[in-house]
Write a protein that binds this ligand. Structure first.
Ligand code: GCW
Length: 720
């Protein structure tokens, strides 16, 4: 038997030598996971350049920036940069022309003039013979953004000896939309409850609120809509305004403004009026008074987000008025205070059975030019509803006189919830880089959004948040990458999804080269995988009824035809797909001629959108050797194989990162694999019941009869 002393020594020894990577990590720190850099040469180089810090921090924001910098230094380099002995080696100078007089005189002036109020400059200069790294901005918040960017350079081991970054956000309002209800449930939320503890607010301030603000500021997000677009009028009562004000106070130094959703019928529900008609004088005054009341408690209130006359929400059309009439009443009330209205274009008429993909365009384009100048239309990336793949929304480029903002969905309502690993950077990029041709070539969606195409200064982007009370914020550890990528693309819609993924991996997990290579590849392909096993070849809206969990291509006979799946795929014994060409619904007629022709012509229409735009016979040849039926089967099979590969790639990473996150992802990938097979089997089983065709070689017949898949029922699915 071993002596107890030897045993104890062995235990101490093993504890002492536990490699850093095996340390448990619950994911709470997100990409701000400042792990000590393990390359001594690199650390030495950084430390030499960052010996002495000149940073006068008076304002709350500058204080935060300074604290962040010191925290980052300490954690990444194990270094406090105040050691004057090594002054000659390198200094860091941080501030605005106001906080640091030196910045007024310096040669930074040209750079500072070239950035906007949220921008920053990071530049290596020689000042009084001392090599100096300057982080400068015109405003305090610009400094905070600059500090975060600078720390990210260290996190990703970038050289800083000649650093020269001049950067400003291309979009003014970079906003998260929380579909959070006052009872703390989150509509389409899969990461726990709402962060906002309305019951304990305004008195109890959860540390989470602060960490949330810091994380957002680190990627440039500067606005948050606290409440669900399916709005509750109580949000606007004095009790809840006080609670919102407490959150606003916490977010303020991080440069984040609070917005609220306004229920259009609030004048009736909480105002005691008989109508909410936007032409009614009392209604107009009610909104004016309510808005003034909000600004009393939240002086920098951002404004309202409104979902009106959509999916049962009240709106101006209840009174025979237009969306512009409705939006303008709120806009007039906000205008004296500098607030904005984000009016959602996610509407589809509840009577006209026209192609749902056409309805927002039909309703809104006649209103172009009729909105007040502090109204911006919030348009989802595609014309249906956040499907795994949609073409860009035809409204982009079609309303030149109205500012349009993008709405992306980070929460994976239609992409496997928080169980599936799907990096959305590629999806966001695909939409932003789509060419609307509205003003000829290069009229990219991103230029509509950043205002440059039609010369709008009011610009914004919204991301429906995937955040909740789960310890790691997003449920799936990789859900964090979607929050991160969204922030980065809202700052610069031209940025590259691969670069974003790379940075995120390094900042969140490790700088290990092999891990980085493998996981980047896995992420970059992950969205295509989900398209393959859920909605290949342009199919869409095939999910389970209401809760949207799992496959449901058989869904029919609902209150509205456009809530069913059969409406969208139109599969029968002859063929499949939605004809949106001129011989069908002509949704393509809503796009610029070049785009229209490209998709209308079967020779040019990419297979990715084939069944989105065309109804085709099963024996249609997608290429010389493959029929549509076979291609569909192959794509579903491919999706399953894709997930299997993701699993293999991930398993190779064991020991490269902490056990906790490794195992979590491993487990989730196992569920994703199971569900990918379920999607393949259920969909192919259903479509085969229509086509009556045999499965091609390499595609195995579903293990269960169709009825089995159709009869699966689920209770308590999250997110409803
Ligand atoms: O995607 C659908 C969702 C609804 C959501 C709606 C919307 C907030 O299923 O839950 O409601 O879109 O965007 O308004």
């Amino acid at each position: 038997m071993k002596s107890p002393i030897i045993f104890l020594l062995a235990v101490c020894f093993s504890l002492f030598f536990i490699p850093a990577k095996l340390k448990a990590d619950d994911g709470y720190k997100l990409w701000l996971n400042y792990q000590k850099l393990d390359n001594p040469e690199l650390v030495k180089g950084y430390v030499n350049q960052l010996q002495y810090l000149i940073f006068q921090a008076e304002s709350p924001t500058l204080k935060l920036a300074k604290a962040e910098l010191l925290k980052g230094y300490q954690a990444l380099l194990d270094h406090s940069p105040l050691d004057t002995n090594h002054l000659m080696l390198g200094a860091v100078l941080i501030g605005t022309p106001k906080s640091l007089r030196m910045l007024n005189e310096s040669i930074l002036q040209t750079d500072l003039h070239s950035i906007n109020s949220d921008g920053f400059v990071i530049k290596r200069l020689t000042i009084h013979n001392i090599p100096t790294t300057v982080i400068a901005a015109n405003t305090d918040i610009g400094v905070l953004y600059g500090v975060f960017r600078f720390l990210s350079l260290l996190q990703t081991r970038r050289p800083i000896q000649d650093v020269y970054i001049v950067d400003s956000p291309a979009i003014k309002h970079r906003i998260l939309n929380h579909w959070d209800n006052l009872d703390r449930s989150v509509e389409r939320g899969y990461a726990g409850q709402s962060l906002w503890d309305w019951h304990k607010l305004p008195d109890y301030i959860d540390q989470r609120y602060i960490d949330y603000a810091r994380a957002n500021a680190s990627i440039g997000i500067n606005g948050t809509v606290l409440t669900n677009v399916n709005a509750n009028a109580l949000t606007l009562t004095p009790t809840y305004l006080k609670k919102a004000a407490a959150l606003a106070a916490i977010f303020r130094p991080y440069g984040i403004k609070v917005y609220l959703t306004a229920r259009f019928s609030a004048p009736i529900e909480i105002g005691g009026l008989k109508t909410a008609d936007p032409h009614d004088k009392d209604v107009i005054n009610w909104w004016k008074d309510k808005t003034a009341e909000i600004y009393k408690v939240i002086p920098d209130f951002g404004g309202f987000l409104v979902k009106a006359n959509s999916e049962g929400q009240p709106g101006p059309q209840n009174y025979g008025r237009s969306h512009a009439d409705g939006a303008n009443v709120l806009a007039a009330a906000l205008k004296p205070f500098g607030g904005i209205v984000m009016w959602r274009a996610f509407v589809y008429d509840d009577k006209v059975p026209d192609d749902r993909a056409k309805q927002a365009y039909s309703e809104f384009t006649p209103l172009d030019g009729l909105f007040e100048d502090n109204v911006i239309l919030q348009v989802k990336n595609g014309p249906i509803d956040f499907q795994p793949r949609e073409p860009f929304h035809p409204l982009f480029g079609a309303m030149p006189k109205t500012p349009l903002m993008m709405e992306f969905q980070l929460t994976q309502e239609y992409l496997g919830f928080a169980t599936h690993l799907v990096y959305l950077g590629t999806l966001f990029q695909e939409t932003l880089r789509s060419d609307t041709y509205s003003k000829g070539p290069h009229s990219w969606v991103r230029k509509v959004i950043d205002g440059s195409l039609d010369k709008h200064s009011l610009t914004a982007m919204a991301g429906v948040a995937n955040i909740g009370t789960d310890r790691n914020w997003t449920g799936h550890p990789f859900g964090q990458s979607n929050w991160y990528a969204y922030g980065k693309l809202a700052w610069n819609p031209a940025s590259d999804a691969t670069e974003i993924a790379k940075d995120w991996i390094q900042m969140t997990f490790t700088n290990d080269r092999d891990f980085l290579q493998d996981v980047k590849m896995l992420m970059m392909h992950s969205r295509e995988a989900v398209v393959n096993y859920m909605t290949p070849l342009g199919l869409h809206h095939l999910m389970g009824w209401d809760h949207h969990y799992g496959p449901g291509p058989w869904i029919k006979d609902k209150a509205r035809v456009d809530w069913t799946s059969v409406y969208y795929h139109k599969a029968d014994e002859k063929g499949i797909g939605f004809n949106r060409t001129s011989s069908g619904s002509n949704a393509l007629g809503q796009y610029a001629p070049t785009v229209r022709q490209y998709y209308e012509n079967l020779k040019t229409c990419p297979t990715t959108y084939l069944l989105w735009f065309h109804h085709l016979p099963w024996n249609y040849k997608v290429n010389e050797d493959t029929t549509l039926w076979d291609a569909l089967c192959y794509q579903y099979e491919q999706g399953v194989q894709d997930v299997k590969n993701m699993q293999l790639i991930w398993r190779k990473q064991e020991n490269k990162i902490d056990v906790e996150r490794f195992e979590q992802v491993n487990n989730l990938l196992a569920i994703q694999y199971k569900e990918a097979k379920w999607w393949r089997d259920a969909c192919l089983s259903y479509f085969q019941s229509k086509s009556g065709l045999k499965f091609p070689a390499g595609v195995i017949a579903p293990p269960q009869p169709l009825a089995y898949y159709e009869n699966l029922t689920f209770h308590y699915v999250p997110g409803i």
